[in-house]
Design a protein around this ligand. Structure first.
Ligand SMILES: [Ca+2]
Ligand SMILES: [Ca+2]
Length: 351
């Protein structure tokens, strides 16, 4: 039987090769249907990668906490930026670009993004914000009702924080600052507060702030006065994420810039108490202080932090961008991805 099967396969291969030479589109493999696949049991981390698209456009993948059993879950024509889940794990929260609005040509750069929610139980995919706005977010309130995100309305040159229910109703603006950009909101696990960063002409760097869940009473948690400017980014404290017990907020900031790591400079991940005390440089403490490290996200039990690493020489074509994890003190570093493609935007799956 095996010999016969092998012979049949050989015939098919020969036919395919010949047909390919004749431009035989009839023998092209079946297209994979667009849509979202369920998150497999055992998956712990959600991330985005361009490993299957042949360009800079990224799709969404999952993997185990140790980086094994990676699996693609979105099939689309869109570029995926920030990714997240609700606390039940039923809904995906995605920041997606579907139109090529900005240079360079193609999707996968700074093209205008919108907020999407995907119901993994039904496969329904819903865009929550208008295509003319620029919206990004990945954080859901612990009661599973609201997504918090930042949005720059069409014609605006700054952003504000908003929240909207997962079914698209109840869009509510949380900040009303015309001269300040509020970005990167993250809902606290107790539901009471939102961490975010903001930039104003008066304080020309992104400071880390916390406000109440309705947007009021914003206070500065950390002002990165020592952070450096890079070519692409002003000095900043960026991408806050809460520990599950609300005891810490992790974030990143640039600490050195000589165009290393493909022009990004050196970025460290730090943590700080929500009251502003006990600032700790996790990259330094863990002995991995030479890379551009960013987008930290705590695991559900608080023991690990997953994050992205950009490492390499000044030449951007020679950098590697991969997902790593470390313990909550910066140690026990583990590399979770190592393909030649870009693996990025990793978050721990909430469920
Ligand atoms: Ca583009
Ligand atoms: Ca604003």
């Amino acid at each position: 039987m095996k010999a016969r099967a092998a012979a049949i396969v050989t015939v098919v291969v020969v036919v395919s090769v010949l047909a390919a030479g004749l431009g035989a589109s009839l023998l092209r493999p079946a297209q994979v249907p667009e849509g979202v696949r369920p998150i497999p049991q055992g998956a712990a981390i959600l991330f985005a990668s361009n490993q299957d698209t042949g360009g800079s456009r990224k799709e969404v993948y999952v993997m185990g906490a140790d980086g094994t059993n990676a699996a693609r879950i979105t099939y689309s024509t869109m570029h995926h930026f920030l990714v997240g889940t609700d606390p039940s794990g039923r809904f995906l929260i995605l920041s997606r670009a579907e139109q090529d609005t900005d240079p360079p040509a193609g999707l996968g750069d700074e093209d205008r993004r919108a907020l999407w929610v995907v119901d993994l139980a039904t496969g329904n995919e819903t865009r929550l914000t208008a295509l003319g706005n620029r919206a990004e977010g990945d954080s859901v309130s612990p009661d599973g009702q609201w997504v918090v995100f930042h949005m720059q309305l069409a014609g605006e040159f700054q952003s504000d924080l908003y929240r909207v229910r997962l079914d698209g109703t109840g869009l509510t603006r949380l900040t009303f600052t015309e001269e300040t950009s509020e970005c990167d909101p993250a809902w606290s696990p107790d539901g009471a507060e939102i961490a975010y960063n903001c930039y104003s002409a008066g304080t020309p760097r992104f400071v880390l702030k916390v406000c109440s869940a309705d947007g009021g009473s914003g206070r500065i948690v950390y002002d990165p006065v020592g952070a450096v400017n890079t070519t692409a980014f002003p000095a900043e404290a960026y991408d806050p994420s809460w520990s599950p017990d609300c005891g810490w907020i992790v974030f990143e900031e640039p600490v050195q810039f000589q165009a290393e790591n493909g022009g990004a400079g050196v970025w460290h991940i730090l943590k700080v108490r929500p009251n502003g005390s006990d600032l700790t440089d996790l990259s330094e403490a863990g002995g991995h202080g030479g890379w551009a490290e960013y987008l930290p996200s705590f695991s559900g039990n608080g023991s690990r932090i997953v994050f992205s690493v950009r490492q390499g020489p000044v030449d951007p074509s020679k950098v590697e961008i991969d997902v790593y994890s470390m313990d909550s003190g910066g140690g026990s570093l583990e590399r979770l991805t190592s393909s030649p493609a870009v693996e990025d935007f990793a978050v721990w799956i909430q469920r």
